[in-house]
Design a protein around this ligand. Structure first.
Ligand code: C2O
Length: 623
């Protein structure tokens, strides 16, 4: 017994010796408006620290992050740390009027949180309608025990690849318009790491490409983020393959593919070996869109460049290729020469190809077998689609008439009404103060069962019209602490055949299965992957198909759950999950941080950032 204890102690000490002590990583984010010129037009853009994309936060798993947000923009702002669990720390989740009051112009707020149980790429973004188009950046989480503990060969370099949009419009205004039923607002271009690329030009001058310089034979870890508001994207690099190693900051079984499919909110980490004959290769991001009869909206392909350095020795190539055994890398015995003059473009999937995305997502499995609970407490079946509500709160109205109805996006026929009360839902929940009356329960089932994926429902018409009437409410769903919840999301053909990237705050989801057409429990439950399902914070529900997830409601608080398409979110495809406290202190939500502006009387009574940081560091040192 004593020997066993000694061994455990030695093991523990040696484990400590190699691990890095958890740090507090500090950032100051100044939100302000700057002028940027693209497509011959100067546009006022709201950004963090003058950058688009915003600054990357780079940490080691287990670190704490402290971000002082200084709002010098004219807008109310909150920042959401997308995918961070915020364990017992819902206060830092950054959803306006759900978890906190928005930070007003000329006000500051400090976000503090730990990042535990994730390795890979997450990201941060504003959670204010549409402003996340320009307020976003990467959150990079490296393993505690260093790069040598990656479950893949240590890459030569790590590179964020952020796919985004370029807008020339007043974004909060666009958000407001969409919420009120007018949809004719679109981006002017797409970007890779903020660059539109040479498919865009004005007056004959091409926009700059994002350029990734590579050395032959070296391996690169791309940390791909879709920060776009409206589209799934396909990403390809001519002449190269990807080995996908992580998604949503959880490792997946290495999966080799020449195309990455990524929906808004998702992240994909993929290795690329520079094993092509040296030259220049386009990296292309192409949006995909549901085919006709869906409404076709302007969407843009963008491209950057992967460029081999010219003065290199090629000797390293075989070694690195050998590291990637799944890659089947073959060096072409090509003579050294000026082969880099013509850039090679990849062959892309079709603009209307939604199946490649379905297969990409279905092919992901967890690298390590996660602990999937086998006993389920609650079953929800959530139908996603469009519908309409009558204007001016009327009971009935003429469907299809813009003067009488507002088109909304729904979950089980209810469109989320963002809380407008002065007390955020989390604060009201924690202090048991009011706000409840205005809320409605999210039903576990849709009010009607119909052929959800019937293509006849896409165009407005008699069949669709009967199903269209919806209601609007601040809907919530309560869960007992620790409840194991199965949710099936069903995409529909109601006025559109879109996919739906569904994002849950505060919890990861096991993606058990997905399919095309209507979900059929009897048949489809037998296909659930309970062994190595991917662990995701954003689950792409395929076009005219479904996805089944399981999660454990064990993080007490008030959590937003919504589609990560900004237009769907603005139109109300959202709900709030309230996870009750457990029976012990460490399963209950602690009170808000001392400087949290709850508004019992005096909102200005805020502990300065420096003091709070001191407190936090003190706590860390005493661990
Ligand atoms: Cu990335 Cu609630 O969002």
């Amino acid at each position: 017994m004593a020997a066993a204890v000694a061994i455990i102690v030695i093991f523990f000490l040696s484990a400590m010796a190699v691990s890095v002590a958890a740090a507090v990583v500090e950032h100051t984010f100044v939100v302000s408006q700057v002028n940027m010129t693209h497509l011959c037009k100067e546009t006022l853009v709201t950004v963090v620290n003058g950058q688009l994309p915003g600054p990357a936060i780079e940490i080691t798993e287990g670190d704490s992050v402290a971000v002082l947000l200084v709002n010098k923009s004219p807008y109310n702002i909150t920042i959401h740390w997308h995918g961070v669990k915020q364990w017992l720390n819902c206060w830092a989740d950054g959803v306006p009027m759900v978890t906190q009051r928005p930070i007003l112009p000329n006000h500051n707020f400090t976000y503090m949180f730990n990042v535990i149980g994730h390795e890979g790429t997450l990201w941060w973004h504003a959670h204010v309608p549409f402003l996340r188009a320009t307020l976003h950046g990467a959150l990079i989480i490296r393993p505690r025990h260093g790069a040598s503990s990656y479950p893949f060969p240590k890459p030569h370099r790590e590179v964020p690849i952020i796919i985004g949009d370029w807008w020339e419009l007043d974004l909060p205004q666009v958000g407001w318009n969409m919420k009120h039923g007018s949809f004719d607002f679109f981006a002017s271009g797409s970007t890779i790491n903020g660059k539109l690329g040479d498919l865009f030009n004005c007056s004959g001058v091409a926009e700059d490409n994002y350029v990734l310089d590579v050395e032959p034979g070296k391996t690169y870890l791309l940390r791909v983020i879709n920060a776009g508001l409206f589209s799934e994207f396909y990403l390809k690099i001519a002449g190269h393959k990807f080995t996908v190693v992580a998604a949503d900051a959880h490792y997946v079984s290495p999966y080799t593919t020449d195309v990455i499919a990524i929906a808004p909110g998702e992240t994909v980490d993929a290795l690329v070996v520079a094993n092509a004959p040296p030259g220049r290769f386009y990296m292309v991001a192409l949006p995909n869109q549901a085919p006709l009869p869906d409404t076709q909206t302007p969407e843009y392909t963008t491209r950057g460049m992967v460029q081999y350095s010219r003065n290199h020795s090629r000797s390293g190539a075989n070694g690195a290729a050998a590291l990637m055994s799944t890659h089947g890398a073959k060096e072409e015995e090509e003579e050294e020469g000026p082969s880099g003059d013509v850039a090679v473009a990849p062959e892309m999937p079709g603009h209307h190809d939604t199946i490649t995305s379905f297969y990409f997502h279905s092919n992901l499995t967890s690298l390590h077998h996660p602990l999937v609970p086998q006993r389920v407490d609650e079953h929800l079946f959530i139908v996603l689609g469009l519908g309409s509500v009558c204007k001016h709160g009327r009971q009935s109205c003429k469907r299809g008439d813009k003067n009488e109805t507002i088109v909304v996006a729904t979950m089980n026929n209810i469109s989320f009404q963002h809380p407008v009360a002065t007390t955020p839902l989390l604060e009201a929940h924690y202090y048991h103060t009011g706000g409840r009356n205005a809320m409605e329960e999210l039903p576990d089932q849709p009010p009607r069962v119909f052929n959800f994926t019937d293509l006849d429902l896409i165009p407005f018409g008699p069949k669709e019209m009967q199903l269209e009437p919806s209601s609007k409410a601040t809907m919530v769903r309560r869960f007992r602490h620790g409840a194991v919840v199965d949710m099936v999301f069903q995409s529909t053909a109601m006025l559109q055949g879109d996919s739906n990237p569904m994002h849950l705050h505060g919890h990861d989801m096991f993606l058990l299965a997905e399919g095309l057409g209507n979900y059929d429990a009897a048949k489809d439950m037998t296909r659930f992957n309970l062994v190595n399902p991917p662990v995701k914070n954003t689950v792409l529900v395929p076009n005219l198909g479904w996805a089944a997830i399981r999660f454990v409601a064990n993080n007490p608080g008030v959590w937003f759950m919504h589609c990560h398409y900004e237009f769907h979110l603005a139109m109300g495809m959202a709900t709030v999950f309230i996870v009750e406290d457990g029976t012990t202190a460490d399963t209950s939500l602690p009170p808000p941080p001392v400087d949290f502006p709850t508004c019992f009387g005096n909102c200005d009574n805020v502990l300065p950032y420096e003091l709070r940081l001191e407190n936090m560091k003190g706590e860390h040192n005493s661990i």
